[in-house]
Ligand binder design. Structure first.
Ligand code: PLP
Length: 398
């Protein structure tokens, strides 16, 4: 069926033809609870009426002109995002990788402006930043690098959640210009750093005049229960903030926001995008932000997150070998054994989940999920996990 598509994905044997809220229907008419939101993208669920309306009415007026001209909706979206985040300016592109590429270019040019010819960006083990050459180099996963060497120069890697390692790297690399990291590592296994880690990174960056570049492609736009992951920490602002996934609810858009020393680095002619920030995507992104606000979804995510976490603890009480992590609507259930096969088993039960880092079941439900749906998700997955462990034990005995 997909012979003419390059086989770059290990796909599950299912295709969907309709979505509504948290539910997806496959081409055979079976229904599934989508606990992944298209990987943190469709945060308002599928076929949200406000999004459908925004797409249709904007398509009826104007889809694309070019960044050769002013785009008032882009201006409006930049104002909204800067006011929500405290950042100063925005650049628009079409994906997370491109938002990160923008950040990497800013870091390098910032370095050159300080007379550093070969700027170095400090990145983390276990990180994920995208699939372009520079962002795959920044990514802390050898599988993503394999076969694409030579990698892009100018990156050094240190352990995540380790301020001593950062301190040492900064003293070891006088060419260091920036630190790039995720506030919670998503692909890396929903890794939540210590409460004082981000503030520690901020302090070191400020002291040594490095740019703190936060990849909030997954954590941004409400995923953690705040607009941005860094807002869980008081008085903390990154210098560069990268967004994508949830910003367009499925319409491709990425953004790179700057503050402090990162402002004014990119000048006319330094960077650009043909599609970036066209009227259609900006209208949709503005609508996403408006719906999150008007439906109080940040509060809903925070509250329901707590209930879901407690429900998992309750359902899995007595089950050894599972650790439950959560930050808003990012859930990671870490099993002590590899559990990739649970993705198919869960699909068979009508629940869409993902396994990352080999042994972490990841849930990224849509923000509009209600208590009943959350309950179905928790009970279905908990049963699967318990059965999975029981089967493993049986196998070991046999
Ligand atoms: C998904 C993701 C990316 C890459 O985004 P694309 O839109 O696939 O290029 C980058 N960083 C993080 C943290 C992500 O989760």
């Amino acid at each position: 069926m997909t012979d003419s598509v390059m086989p770059t994905y290990g796909r599950l044997d299912v295709a969907f033809s309709k979505g509504e809220g948290v539910w997806l229907t496959d081409t055979e008419g079976n229904k599934y609870l989508d606990a992944l939101s298209g990987i943190a993208v469709c945060n308002l669920g599928h076929s949200h009426p406000a999004i459908t309306k925004a797409i249709c009415s904007q398509a009826d007026k104007l889809i694309h002109t070019s960044n050769i001209y002013h785009i008032p909706l882009q201006q409006e979206l930049a104002e909204k995002l800067t006011s929500l985040s405290g950042m100063e300016q925005a650049f628009f592109c079409n994906s997370g990788a491109e938002a990160n590429e923008t950040a990497i270019k800013i870091a390098r040019k910032y370095g050159h402006s300080k007379g550093i010819d070969k700027p170095v960006i400090i990145v983390m083990d276990g990180s994920f930043h995208g699939r372009t050459l520079a962002t795959l180099t920044a990514t802390g996963n050898p599988k993503v690098h394999a076969g694409f060497e030579p990698l892009v120069p100018g990156f050094v890697r240190i352990p995540y959640n380790d301020l001593d390692a950062l301190r040492m790297a900064i003293s070891h690399w006088p060419e260091a210009v920036a630190v790039m990291l995720e506030p919670v590592q998503g692909e890396g296994g929903v890794k939540i750093p210590d409460a004082d880690y981000l503030a520690g990174v901020r302090e070191l960056c400020t002291q040594r005049k490095l740019l703190m570049m936060l990849d909030e492609v997954q954590t941004g736009i409400g995923r953690t229960g705040e607009w941005f992951g860094f807002q869980h920490h008081e008085n903390l602002l990154p210098d560069v903030l990268m967004l994508a996934k949830g910003l367009g609810n499925g319409i491709p858009i990425g953004a790179c926001l700057v503050a402090n020393d990162a402002v004014g680095i990119l000048e006319a002619g330094n960077h650009g995008s043909t599609f970036g920030g066209n009227p259609l995507v900006c209208q949709v992104a503005l609508t996403v932000l408006r719906v999150i606000e008007s439906a109080n979804l940040l509060q809903h995510v925070s509250q329901l997150s707590e209930q879901i976490t407690k429900a998992f603890q309750h359902e899995l009480a007595g089950q050894e070998g599972v650790k439950i992590r959560s930050c808003g609507f990012m859930f990671g259930l870490e099993l002590e054994i590899e559990c990739g096969e649970l993705v198919q088993k869960s699909l068979d039960k009508g629940l869409l989940v993902n396994v990352t880092a080999g042994n972490v079941i990841r849930l990224l439900p849509p923000f509009i999920m209600n208590t009943d749906e959350a309950n179905t998700m928790v009970v279905t997955l908990s049963e699967l996990i318990k059965t999975f462990f029981a089967e493993q034990e049986h196998e070991n005995v046999a």
